[in-house]
Structure formats: structure tokens, C-alpha cells
Design a protein around this ligand. Structure first.
Ligand code: SF4
Length: 469
């Protein structure tokens, strides 16, 4: 998915920028980048972070870069931030989101005789496309508003000029932007916790579609927030770091509530020796379940963190499966002869969870009752570059449905499968349980998950579970 961070300070901001970006490392695996503006003009560095963390890769840049304005990112796809020289002036730009109509937008720009650099993948850099769209208008502000309107998908961005930083949140607020403040600086962040240790206090959260201009002296609202919002529910369930808070709802607390809800639905019917979570995001859901069900929380496998510090690498699926397997080491003494409730944030393809369960049985587990913290994923994400699922047919729920219904499944039939009160849903869950070799399987319900988030459900995106736009 990716995340970004920016600083506007009355003194050099490079070190703060460096740490602020680094705290977004859980959101992407491919590239990191930072751009600054100061006495020496614009400066920028981009590195591949697939095999070593952001901090290691940017160690040298921090010492050589200078500037009082800065933006940077962790990117799952294209290299960024980009430095652009245009008729609207020089600027640096970084983006988070997904552009579904990139081909159509590119064609419009080609018709205007524009050209783009080609990335090694043969694609045009999505951030470059956004900057070109911005530059079709008469001011940066008009250009950013235009981009918010024409992009199908989602897009939040930071644009840094010589005077300050434009922060624009996606028009439906699928991803967050928050501002922090201290005496001599403001910062702009995807993750709210990223600035806490840098001495900033919460200043404000941008609303959907809001555009602010941030300088070392203050924040000006250039476009008011819209009413309608669809913030991604997966931020709480899986993507977000436990310390993060979105729309006033902390990730860790939300996960405890999800666990509680799942325990309440089980209603004391599971007599297990322990509740365990698949690290990392399953842990908090498991704590919530354990507290509610009064079944001890335990860690039957523990992540080997000294050499596998990152939670989300690499992007190649086979390598990722191998890494996931290598990272987890069983605590044999806790598993042998025991039954457990095993909580994961979600089941996407099912491959990793099946391997984990097999490995628990091999280590002597008697029963593994699986409780995913979100409903079955039925649709691929249209709004974010959600790198866990490439196509809908890789989703385990869709594989089962295809085996029964064929390749073309009418939308109404899919909706039935997504309804936890329908026979089709129950049949599908039983089949997934059988294929995955779990003792029992019960997914968290969508209404319970939304209750656990606790904000107005109309403001939360649930498209991947129920297909509602
Ligand atoms: S479709 Fe799913 S992953 Fe994508 S924004 Fe909506 S809730 Fe998030």
C-alpha cells in the first residue's frame, strides 16, 4: 500500500523526516524515498528497500541532505518522491493510492503530446502520471483538485514547493492523513504514531478530500473536507500498526474488541487450552478473545525477530510464504497434546494459515479452531494497492464458489455467499474449513467488525467483504 511523511520546520528537518518515514515501513516493501528543500534547493534520494530496511539504506543520505521542508515515503510500487520542474514551478511529489483508469488518463495526456519516463516494469510511474495531470491546470491547487476528481480508485498525496507542502487526502478518505505540531514545526503523516517520539502533538486529522497547505508557520485549509467517507476497514484489522489511530479509533483497541465479539459469538462452545494469535496482527485479536472467553492467551509460536524484523516482505508470493514460515518458530512444549483457538487477521488465499495449522498438528496440537478477525474476503480491493491478493480468483472464498458455481457467478449469488445468515455462506465456510484442515472455522461477522471499529458504518469501506461501493 505505502505511506508517507512530511515536515515543515523553522530549522533543518532531515533527521525527523528520516525517522518519520521509517515508522511507515510496515506499509510497503519495495522502495523508500525522501526529498528536501532548503538553502541548496531541492535534493532527493530513493533506494530499493526489498532486502534491507529503510534506516540502513538512508543512513548516508541523512548526513548529506539539508532542508527545512521535506517529504518522503515507503512505496510498494513506483520509485518516489519525484522532483518535477514545470510551468507551475518546481515541486516534489509523493502519492499513496491506486489508479484504475491510468490507461485512459495516459491516453488523454498522450493526445496532448505529453511523454513519460518508462519504469523497468514497462509501466508509467503512477506518481509521474499524477504530477502530469496536476500540471494540466493553472495552479497546483486546481491541479490537485482535478486529480482528486478524475482518478478512479484512491489517491492521497503530498506536494512540496519552495513555500510549503500541500497535503491532500483521498476524496473518499480511504487512507488517512494527520498533522502534528510542535513549537517550530508541523508534520504530515499517514500514521499518527509516527511523530509521537519526535515530540509532535496531534494537531488535526484531514477529512475526506481536504487539501491543506502546511508551512513552518501554520496550516491553511485550501479545500474543506467532504461529508462522505469510506475509510478502509482493513487499516484496523490488518494494515495499521497497533499504535495507530484512525478517525479517533486505535488499532490495538479495535482488535481487542474484534476478539471479544468472536468469543461472544462462540458463546463458550469452544473448550480449548489456549487462545493464540498469528503474529503480528492476530495477537491483539487473540488477546481480546482470551479476555472475553476466559481461556488463557498463549504464544505457541514466536517470531524470530533479530534477523526478520520486518512484518511484510518480500512482494514475491513464494518468497513471502517461505519468509513467513522461517520467521515463526514453534514452542513445542506449549503445543503438544493441546487444543487451541487460533486467530488470524484474515484469510486471503489460505496458503499461509493452512501451513501454520499443519505445522501445529505436526508439533502435536490436538485441535485448531480458527477464527479470522474479518469476514471472508469476496472481492479484490479496487481502491488500494493491497498487495496480499492479486486477483479475486486467488481468494479462497472465491475458489470454493467457482468450484461450485462455475466461472461466471451473478452478483446476487455472490452477495448470498457474503451473507452470514444464508445457507450458502455456511456451506462455503464448512468447505473452507475442510479444505484447510481446521477443527472448526468461524469468521468474524461484518456487523461485529464494524461495531468493533465503532464509527458510523456508512463511513467505512467494506467493499472487499460485501461488494458495497
Ligand atoms: S476494498 Fe477492502 S482493502 Fe480495499 S479500501 Fe475497501 S476495505 Fe480497504
Amino acid at each position: 500500500m505505502g505511506g508517507f511523511f512530511g515536515v515543515a520546520a523553522k530549522r533543518d528537518c532531515v533527521l525527523e523526516l528520516f525517522y518519520g518515514i521509517d515508522y511507515h515501513s510496515h506499509l510497503g516493501t519495495r522502495r523508500g524515498g525522501m526529498a528536501v528543500y532548503g538553502e541548496n534547493g531541492f535534493d532527493r534520494a530513493i533506494h530499493n528497500i526489498e532486502n534491507s530496511p529503510f534506516r540502513t539504506k538512508f543512513d548516508k543520505d541523512v548526513n548529506s541532505m539539508k532542508g527545512y521542508l521535506g517529504i518522503g515515503c515507503i512505496s510498494d510500487y513506483e520509485p518516489q518522491p519525484l522532483l518535477i520542474q514545470s510551468r507551475l514551478g518546481s515541486f516534489a511529489i509523493t502519492t499513496v493510492g491506486k489508479i484504475n483508469n491510468a490507461d485512459e488518463l495516459l491516453q488523454q495526456l498522450y493526445n496532448d503530446k505529453q511523454s513519460f519516463q518508462e519504469m523497468t516494469s514497462g509501466m508509467v510511474n503512477a506518481t509521474e502520471l499524477v504530477s502530469a495531470l496536476i500540471c494540466t491546470k493553472d495552479s497546483l491547487l486546481e491541479g490537485i483538485k482535478y486529480v482528486q476528481e478524475v482518478i478512479d480508485g484512491s489517491l492521497s498525496l503530498l506536494v512540496m514547493t519552495r513555500a510549503g507542502i500541500y497535503a491532500a487526502r483521498d476524496k473518499m478518505g480511504r487512507t488517512p492523513i494527520v498533522l502534528g505540531k510542535k513549537d517550530d514545526a508541523y508534520c504530515i503523516s499517514f500514521e499518527s504514531f509516527a511523530y509521537m517520539n519526535l515530540g509532535y502533538k496531534d494537531y488535526k486529522e484531514l477529512g475526506p478530500g481536504e487539501i491543506d497547505f502546511v508551512t513552518p508557520d501554520g496550516v491553511e485549509v485550501l479545500a474543506e473536507p467532504r461529508d462522505e467517507m469510506r475509510i478502509c476497514s482493513f487499516l484496523w484489522v490488518y494494515y495499521g500498526y497497533p499504535n495507530a489511530t484512525y478517525e479517533g479509533v486505535n488499532v490495538e483497541e479495535m482488535r481487542y474488541r474484534c476478539g471479544e465479539k468472536m468469543a461472544m459469538r462462540d458463546g463458550g462452545s469452544i473448550h480449548a487450552d489456549m487462545v493464540a494469535g498469528v503474529p503480528d496482527s492476530g495477537i491483539a485479536h487473540a488477546i481480546g478473545y482470551s479476555n472475553e472467553a476466559h481461556i488463557p492467551f498463549s504464544r505457541p509460536f514466536i517470531k524470530y525477530t533479530p534477523t526478520w524484523p520486518r512484518s511484510f516482505m518480500p512482494t514475491n508470493q513464494n518468497q513471502r510464504n517461505l519468509v513467513a514460515h522461517m520467521k515463526l518458530i514453534p514452542v513445542q512444549a506449549l503445543i503438544d497434546g493441546k487444543s487451541m483457538v487460533l486467530i488470524d487477521d484474515s484469510i486471503v488465499r489460505g496458503t499461509q494459515l493452512r501451513e501454520t495449522t499443519e505445522y501445529l498438528y505436526e508439533s502435536g496440537a490436538k485441535e485448531v479452531h480458527v477464527r479470522p478477525a474479518c469476514p471472508p474476503i469476496m472481492y479484490g480491493c479496487k481502491y488500494l494497492n493491497f498487495s496480499r491478493s492479486k486477483t479475486e480468483m486467488e481468494l479462497i472464498a472465491r475458489q470454493v464458489i467457482r468450484d461450485w458455481e462455475g466461472d461466471f457467478v451473478p452478483a446476487e449469488v455472490l452477495k448470498e455467499y457474503a451473507d452470514p445468515t444464508s445457507d450458502k455462506y455456511n456451506k462455503m465456510v464448512d468447505e473452507i474449513c475442510k479444505r484447510q484442515n481446521f477443527t472448526t472455522l468461524r469468521y468474524n461477522r461484518l456487523d461485529d467488525m464494524l461495531d468493533a471499529i465503532g464509527i458510523d458504518p456508512c463511513k467505512v469501506c467494506t467493499y472487499c467483504f460485501d461488494g458495497k461501493e
